[in-house]
Design a protein around this ligand. Structure first.
Ligand code: SAM
Length: 496
């Protein structure tokens, strides 16, 4: 140690010195010493309790059960299909072949790529999903809530039973697939759906088709370090003990799983059952932490540590100014009061923040959610929603003003849809009432005001907006949630 370093060596604090002196003083009296020790324990506990209250840590504590229940809430859409009589997995293959489709049979699935035959057999794909999707049908003939992706008895292999048991359930696999996609390593998965084949349930993923050939050794060499470095992030891991140990990652094409994208030439890993999420809370928590500064809105709170934090809390995981579960209970009560269901409806959320109210609507059966917010905030929503399990959502980034053309964000496949529901929540003081909202196909509107407002004044305000003049109030209540005081909430109908 140099003289200078020695001169700067930290000295014990006064508290430390006094404690040592006291300890020496009471050493001959062990009972007094034990009493003082206990008293000190109480002081430390009370001091930390006060810190936890003041910093918000107490209220923000993790609740893994509540968070787990919040994942994969998006409802499963169901569609009737005519595949004749289906008794076992092989019947699905024959039925597809008989309808001009050439299914690619894997260990657990039949895959059919896009084309006229797919559109004829599954016409709903064109109505709901973007063009160019393929369908991956699970061989386990069960509803997505019950299906087992890698069901061992469908494809038995010596010693593989435990590994197959560890393969995540279909809904979790959709979250994993879209993390691969977000990292540029796999195709996007648009949905996990239920096909009703005359009473026989089937599960299927709607996926972006990767139209190119299987990868060659060069593409494999370029791909694997990217995959490994992504896995090193620690949130997602392989079901296999490592990528070196499995045929599914071997050159040149990962056992048929690595294919080139026809448009970009990039190698993409088309199967996702080889992966599992090591820690859901860590994965989503990391996104929340990275995005909280962008999505924070309004003032800070001293009991949240005084800094930026999420506007919309993630239940059980990350605190936010607004508690979206309490809010949704109020929405649900108003929906029931008006005998209105969200099933099959489009939902539009203006100033959607991280999109968690859209997420709730998708959980209640909405067909597709559209959100608009500032570019950074929309980017955060586009990261968070698929990580939670929401895939039927489109979030558009841009500063909203009176010239915003909201209807331009609606894809052609939804033209002709009516009966949508508009969410206009805690935004009216920020953006007013842009006229472009009137052009969206909605019949009902949830209007939520701000903390210093009431039902009467907001109803008057709404009636003064030209495109809301004919609006009819179906129900209302004052709702307080999260760190927010009570606000007016109204359900409104727009006569057609
Ligand atoms: C008070 S927060 C409400 C968020 C969400 N509607 C909710 O109630 O949970 C207001 C939201 O509107 C967005 N916002 C405000 N002014 C905007 C503008 N001019 N253009 C786009 N988004 C805007 C903010 O980024 C923020 O996410």
């Amino acid at each position: 140690m140099t003289d200078q370093l020695r001169a700067n060596a930290p000295r014990p604090g006064l508290g430390y010195v006094l404690r040592k002196k006291l300890r020496a003083l009471v050493a001959p009296f062990p009972r007094v010493y034990r009493f003082l020790l206990r008293l000190w324990g109480v002081v430390v506990a009370v001091r930390f309790f006060l810190h936890a209250v003041m910093s918000g840590k107490l209220r923000a504590r993790r609740d893994d059960g509540r968070f787990a229940a919040f994942l994969s809430r998006q409802s499963v859409l169901g569609f009737d299909v005519d595949l004749g009589v289906i008794r076992e997995a092989d019947d699905v293959r024959h039925a597809l072949a008989a309808r001009g489709l050439e299914p690619m049979a894997g260990g657990w699935t039949f895959y059919v790529g896009p084309g006229p035959a797919l559109d004829r057999c599954f016409p709903f794909l064109r109505d709901v999903y973007p063009p160019g999707v393929g369908l991956k049908i699970l061989k386990d003939l069960q509803h997505p809530d019950d299906a087992i992706y890698a069901r061992h008895d469908l494809n038995p292999a010596a010693g593989a039973a435990l590994m197959r048991k560890l393969t995540p359930p279909p809904k979790a696999l959709m979250r994993i697939a879209n993390q691969l996609h977000a990292a540029g390593l796999g195709p996007r998965v648009h949905d996990l759906i239920h096909l009703d084949a005359a009473g026989v349930p089937l599960s299927a993923y709607v996926v972006d088709h990767v139209g190119g050939p299987p990868a060659d050794a060069r593409a494999h060499t370029a791909f694997m370090p990217r995959l490994r470095s992504w896995l090193d992030g620690g949130a997602i891991t392989t079901v296999h003990s490592s990528t070196d140990a499995a045929m599914d990652f071997a050159p040149p094409d990962c056992n048929g799983n690595l294919r080139r994208d026809a448009d970009t030439g990039q190698p993409l890993y088309v199967d996702f059952q080889a992966f599992m999420i090591a820690d859901d809370a860590a994965l989503v928590g990391r996104i929340a932490e990275e995005e909280k500064d962008k999505t924070h809105f309004g003032g800070t709170r001293f009991f949240r540590g005084g800094g930026q934090y999420l506007y919309q809390a993630i239940p059980g995981l990350a605190p936010g100014k607004r508690d979206i579960e309490t809010r949704w209970r109020a929405f649900d009560a108003l929906l029931r009061h008006a005998d209105l269901q969200l099933d099959g409806r489009l939902v539009f959320d203006i100033g959607c923040n991280t999109g968690l109210m859209l997420y709730q609507a998708l959980g209640a059966g909405a067909l597709w959610g559209f959100g608009w917010d500032m570019p950074d905030v929309a980017g955060a929503a586009a990261r968070l929603l698929p990580a939670l399990g929401a895939t039927r959502a489109t979030v558009t980034g841009g500063a909203i003003d009176d010239a915003t053309d909201f209807a331009a964000a609606l894809p052609a496949r939804f033209a002709g849809h009516d009966g949508g529901v508009l969410f206009y929540l805690a935004v009216s003081d920020h953006i007013g009432f842009p006229p472009g909202i009137a052009a969206l196909p909605w019949t009902h509107m949830f209007y939520e005001g701000h903390a210093d407002q009431g039902i009467g004044d907001q109803y008057q305000r709404i009636k003064a907006v030209p495109w809301l003049a004919a609006a009819e109030l179906l129900g209302h209540r004052m709702v307080s949630d999260g760190d927010s005081p009570a606000r007016p909430l109204m359900l409104i109908r727009r006569p057609s």
